[in-house]
Design a protein around this ligand. Structure first.
Ligand code: NDP
Ligand code: MG
Length: 392
């Protein structure tokens, strides 16, 4: 019986993971469920999946979680805080960890899973952007198996299954809700428009990242670490149908791609079953029913400068990707709260990268310090920006 810890259980990826796990009750079960602060949603999941442990990151939620579990007569043990979560992830309560907390907040538990040699189903791309070298080194040193869950990286993982090295990889991008718009046409877009992704149903932060193309920028850095490919061997192509999830070129002239409907349960089933294929609940792809077309175009780096910023941060190395990621998290959060405009997101990231020149960093402490400095710099800048005219 595979025992799975689902971190970020109340989120988009977390609930998709639980859906797949529930289809295989004879071979796997959710043994640990963790959320940030939404105790009611976590309690509902405990009812449905009856895990051994439930963790709420926010200590203020502990009493409500404990009392709710007791009142429901569930045997699930309540825990709170990051240290409790890291200990459960590293201990024998689970064999597999679905790392689906959003943002840099997911780094400690992701590292704990890697250092404990677990099977790590890695959705939390921010931890790779912030500390990719360290995370990959620790995973190797402790025998952890990383299966990327991000759909593009999961596609590449599948294409690389025979062990041959890639000559080049192509990450596909849907283009987000604002594909085809000019920079000027983006000045007044609202959070509601930005999170309305045309193809994928996702949490608010990654939806905004998809709208700015920062998501693709983070994914370029993610791919660089996961597959040990240099920047000049990574290309991005906009593919509005979101059916080809990524492509890999090999030195013999072959290009392999993975296709499927845009539903994260496929990637999660790959991770949970690997190397076996297991049912995910996602139907087979019918290309004709999907319109019979596969289109590709180059990304517009003028309207969507975040992609170029991410390539530049990756080339700079050291603390630059950590600064990029932290400034982006702060700017996206301010945008979602209606405090800054959409175009202030790339501007804030660029300004923060300019303010904090790259420093070499090969320790977790140095990277976390850079993350903290970048958040302060980004927040300071955000307070100087005029409030946008829309209401969130
Ligand atoms: P959601 O916003 O839907 O869910 C986020 C989850 O993280 C929630 O369970 C939330 O708990 C939890 N959380 C938030 N802050 C903390 C914290 N400080 N400590 C512990 N838990 C916390 O996000 P998604 O599921 O969309 O994304 C999760 C990750 O997966 C992101 O890194 C994203 O980039 C990546 N990803 C997502 C994809 C998708 O299709 N959604 C695709 C590819 C990658 P609570 O509900 O209590 O707030
Ligand atoms: Mg992706």
């Amino acid at each position: 019986m595979q025992r799975v810890a689902v971190l970020g259980a109340t989120g988009s990826i977390g609930t998709s993971a639980l859906d797949v796990i529930a289809r295989h009750t004879g071979t796997m079960r959710a043994s640990v469920l963790a959320a940030g602060s939404k105790v009611d949603a976590l309690l509902a999941l405990c009812h449905a999946h009856c895990p051994e442990h439930a963790v709420v990151a926010d200590p203020a939620g502990y009493a409500a979680l404990r009392d709710g579990l007791r009142a429901a007569g569930l045997p699930t043990q309540a825990h709170a805080g990051g240290e409790a979560l890291d200990a459960l992830v590293a201990g024998d309560a689970c064999d597999t960890v679905v790392a689906a907390i959003v943002g840099a907040a997911g780094l400690p538990s992701t590292l704990a899973a890697a250092r404990a040699g677990k099977r790590l189903l890695l959705a939390n791309k921010e931890s790779l952007v912030l500390a990719g070298e360290l995370l990959m080194r620790d995973a190797r040193a402790h025998g952890a198996t990383i299966v990327p869950i991000d759909s593009e990286h999961n596609a590449i993982f599948q294409c690389l299954a025979d062990g041959n090295p890639p000559a080049r990889i192509t990450l596909t991008a849907s283009g987000g809700p604002f594909r085809g718009r000019t920079r000027a046409a983006l000045s007044a877009v609202t959070p509601a428009q930005a999170v309305a992704h045309p193809k994928w149903s996702m949490g608010p932060k990654i939806s905004v990242d998809s709208a700015t193309l920062m998501n693709k920028g983070l994914e370029v850095i993610e791919a660089h670490h996961l597959f040990a490919v240099p920047a000049d061997a990574i290309r991005v192509l906009v593919h509005p149908q979101s059916l080809v999830h990524s492509l890999v070129d090999f030195e013999d002239g072959s290009t392999l791609a993975q296709l499927g409907l845009p539903d994260m349960r496929t990637a999660l089933a790959v991770g949970l079953g690997w190397p076996r294929r297991i049912a995910s609940g996602v139907g087979a792809l019918d290309l004709l029913a999907q319109g019979g077309r596969l289109d590709f175009e180059a990304p517009d780096l003028d309207a969507f400068p975040c992609l170029a910023l991410a390539f530049a941060a990756m080339a700079a190395g050291g603390t630059a990707p950590a600064v990029l990621n932290a400034a982006n998290e702060e700017a996206v959060s301010a945008f979602l709260q209606g405090r800054i405009a959409f175009l202030d997101i790339p501007d804030t990231v660029a300004a923060t990268l300019d303010t904090l020149p790259m420093q070499p960093a090969d320790t977790l402490e140095a990277l976390l310090a850079a993350d903290a400095r970048a958040r302060t710099a980004a927040r300071t800048r955000i307070t100087t920006l005029p409030a946008p005219t829309f209401r969130p």
